[in-house]
Design a protein around this ligand. Structure first.
Ligand code: APR
Ligand code: PHB
Length: 390
């Protein structure tokens, strides 16, 4: 088989790029290790920058997002028994975010690919990129009966943090930066009315908590937990009780509880691999970088990679101009690192660190007080939260 762009990974990054390229007549194939149901079974974050929403519309996959997604013009930071609102719209001169679940968004992208007759191959086993440093790279995978070879101009590694593409780059050609945090997030999804129409990020001495939502009838809540905890340690009742303890009293009294329909624990990690290119293979999304979810940057950082790659590919195939491909890694990383900084800062501001001393705690308290007393500090938070320009 032959194609122009071979994409490893059918998550949001791979699917969005595939759809955008196909609409421009650039032939591509997506190789996804799992079934579509498996990919859609993963519950992940759901806050989109308008830049991302724009890309979804450009990919002709924005209809459901525009009807079912919610525009959020602010969120709350809860601390010391009270809460302050971050007025995203006022602080950014009119900007906001779209709250729309990644599961839904991925479903829309799959439907978009299906409608266009896009080539998305599921259950592609043992995918391997070959000869990436040459002008004739190719992919192989097993389809159950034998090995299939796909020759391509370019390979895109969009196969997430645990994927094969980054791991296929020789160790001396890539550098990895990492911070692992000493806690995780326990997430619960429930068919209940959200406690607040806008998100609440809560700092509490017992640990961070987040009140988020997927719609006005579907809530998503998180609490910080030790890495040693398992889901079995947290019955629904124990979870709700702990969440209430970490919220201001006036919020906790309005919390509607119900059976969890999903419960999982995710560790928090910051990670970047540089450069995001090896020969004719380009990395995008979680394959190259991940952030702790506190700043809602993960999916949005992936989207900016897709934006840069898409435009670089267009310039190459339409105008024979390779400057976008040549500068892709540098441009993408500049924005990636800003997302890293912001996510690290939000995480440090709001979580309880098991090894922190009284001095660290006073600094953290001062950081919150300064933030909420300074219009300029809040404007900086808001500017990063709604997303820096591409
Ligand atoms: N071969 C083929 N596919 C693979 C392989 C492999 N060896 N390894 C992983 N995959 C697939 C996974 O099954 C998954 O569907 O690649 C996909 C990667 O998807 P994500 O992990 O969702 O990564 P990405 O598409 O970059 O999505 C952006 O930003 O922070 C996040 O939560 C956010 O997941 C979202 C991400
Ligand atoms: C979510 O709704 O899952 C969510 C929202 C905001 C975050 C992280 C996760 O910062």
């Amino acid at each position: 088989m032959k194609t122009q762009v071979g994409i490893i990974g059918g998550g949001p990054s791979g699917l969005l790029l595939s759809q955008l390229l196909d609409l421009q007549g650039i032939d591509n194939v997506v190789l996804e290790k799992h079934t579509r149901d498996y990919v859609l079974g993963r519950i992940r974050a759901g806050v989109l920058e308008h830049g991302f929403a724009g890309l979804m519309r450009e990919a002709r996959c924005g209809k459901r997002m525009d009807t079912m997604g919610e525009i959020h013009e602010g969120f709350y930071i809860a601390h010391d028994g009270t809460r302050d609102r971050i007025d995203l719209k006022g602080l950014t001169g009119g900007n906001s975010v779209v709250v729309y679940g990644q599961t839904e968004l991925t479903r829309d992208l799959y439907e978009g690919r299906e409608k266009m007759g896009g080539k998305v191959i599921h259950n592609a086993n043992d995918v391997k990129p070959h000869d990436m440093a040459t002008r004739a790279p190719y992919l192989t995978y097993h389809n159950g009966t034998g090995t299939v070879r796909i020759d391509c101009d370019y390979i895109i590694g969009a196969d997430g943090f645990h994927g094969i593409s980054r791991k296929s780059i020789p160790r001396d050609k890539i550098r990895e930066y990492e911070r692992v945090y000493p806690f995780g997030w326990l997430g619960v999804l429930s068919n209940t009315k959200p406690v607040s129409p806008e998100l609440i990020y809560a700092k509490h001495e017992r640990g961070f908590a987040l009140c988020s939502l997927r719609s006005q009838t579907l809530s998503r809540y998180y609490i910080q937990v030790p890495l040693t905890d398992t889901v079995d340690d947290w019955s629904d009742d124990v979870f709700w009780a702990e969440l209430k303890r970490r919220l201001p009293k006036d919020v906790a009294k309005d919390l509607i509880t119900g059976p969890s329909i999903e419960k999982s624990i995710a560790p928090l990690r910051s990670f970047v691999a540089e450069p995001m290119r090896y020969g004719n293979m380009f990395l995008a999304g979680d394959a190259a970088h991940i952030v702790p979810p506190t700043g809602a940057r993960g999916l949005n950082s992936a989207a900016s990679d897709v934006y840069y790659l898409y435009h670089a590919m267009l310039d190459h195939y339409r105008n024979g101009d390779d400057s976008g491909l040549e500068t892709y890694s540098e441009k993408a990383l500049a924005r990636v690192w800003k997302g890293q900084r912001f996510s690290w800062w939000m995480t440090t501001l709001l979580h309880s660190f098991p090894d922190s001393n009284p001095y660290d705690n006073r600094l953290q308290q001062t950081d919150i007080e300064y933030l909420l007393s300074s219009e300029k500090a809040m404007a900086s938070l808001a500017e990063n939260y709604v997303g820096l320009p591409f």
